[in-house]
Ligand binder design. Structure first.
Ligand SMILES: Nc1ncnc2c1ncn2[C@@H]1O[C@H](COP(=O)(O)OP(=O)(O)OP(=O)(O)O)[C@@H](O)[C@H]1O
Length: 269
């Protein structure tokens, strides 16, 4: 059984379908890349899986409908890294990352403030893995964009959830940190997590993901292996680009090269 199973998922908002008839299975140990142009529905789909948007169809985790899993249990099972990187208050980096352990703590009447040895271990190892340990005493609202992105990823990793949903975790990062974060996500998967990552960098998607789902206008254009999804035809269809697709050390790299005429919805159907 797949750990996460989406069947015919649709999100209808603002009078139109933002995601339509989308099915996907993600197993334990898989890193799945969600790609597609701006407005394709990637964040909408991730938010629906995270139960932050109403949807039709079925989303199951370990065979159970996600919307019926009690909120606290769901918060332990599913870590969500949103695209929105605003930090509104001067919370310390360590305290922000520690919020990832909130689902493991009791309510205020059971000593909510106390963190266990496991909590402290999870927080420290997430901060070290994302290279933010040295920032732990800093106020989060004074960080650079890339530092903030890594702190937010640390918070998601601190949950130690079997399902990790990461919406554009490398968008603000320099090339070295991009590679490090992708390695980290792959390590999470190798250690047994199911990871879905939204990416715009097609080479990172190709190098690190086990499978890809290419969305356009809320629909699946292609799904499956990197080779199958990242074809010249699919890139032209979804993004309206011509791309240089090459190979280095046995892996593909993709350089967006030219703007091609966009294929209209009517032509695609
Ligand atoms: N709450 C909403 N109500 C109406 N329309 C929405 C809502 N949220 C998103 N949309 C629209 O749905 C479409 C898909 O948005 P979404 O954020 O999922 O795209 P995306 O693929 O993540 O894009 P990007 O790469 O730009 O982040 C967009 O056209 C967006 O304007």
């Amino acid at each position: 059984m797949s750990r996460l199973e989406l069947v015919e998922v649709a999100v209808h908002l603002g009078g139109r379908f933002l995601v339509e008839a989308l099915s996907l299975q993600v197993g334990a140990g898989e890193l799945v890349g969600l790609i597609g142009p701006n407005g394709a529905g990637k964040s909408t789909l991730i938010k629906a899986i995270a139960q932050l948007l109403p949807y039709r169809g079925s989303i199951r985790l370990h065979g159970d409908p996600l919307d019926q899993i009690p909120a606290r249990e769901r918060a332990r099972q599913l870590a969500y890294l949103s695209q929105d990187d605003r930090v509104q208050w001067p919370i310390s980096v360590a305290d922000l990352v520690a919020l990832g352990r909130h689902p493991y703590r009791g309510g205020w009447w059971r000593g909510a403030g106390r963190s266990s040895t496991e909590d402290q271990h999870a927080i420290e190892s997430a901060m070290r893995a994302t290279d933010v340990w040295s920032l732990r005493a800093r106020a989060s609202d004074t960080l650079s964009g890339g530092e903030r992105a890594r702190v937010r990823l640390a918070r998601a990793l601190a949950v130690e959830a079997p399902l990790l949903l990461a919406d554009e975790p490398v968008a603000a990062l320099d090339p070295r940190h991009q590679l490090e974060v992708m390695e980290l996500l792959r390590t999470q998967a190798h250690q047994g997590a199911s990871v879905i990552v939204v990416l715009h960098d097609l080479t990172l998607a190709s190098r690190f993901c086990d499978r890809l789902l290419l969305l356009h206008e809320g629909r699946t254009v292609a799904s499956g292996t990197v080779e199958r999804v990242l074809s010249a035809d699919h890139l032209r269809l979804a993004y309206g680009i011509g791309a240089v697709i090459g190979e280095h050390q046995g892996q593909s790299y993709i350089i967006p090269w030219s703007c091609e005429s966009l294929v209209s919805k009517a032509e695609r159907c």
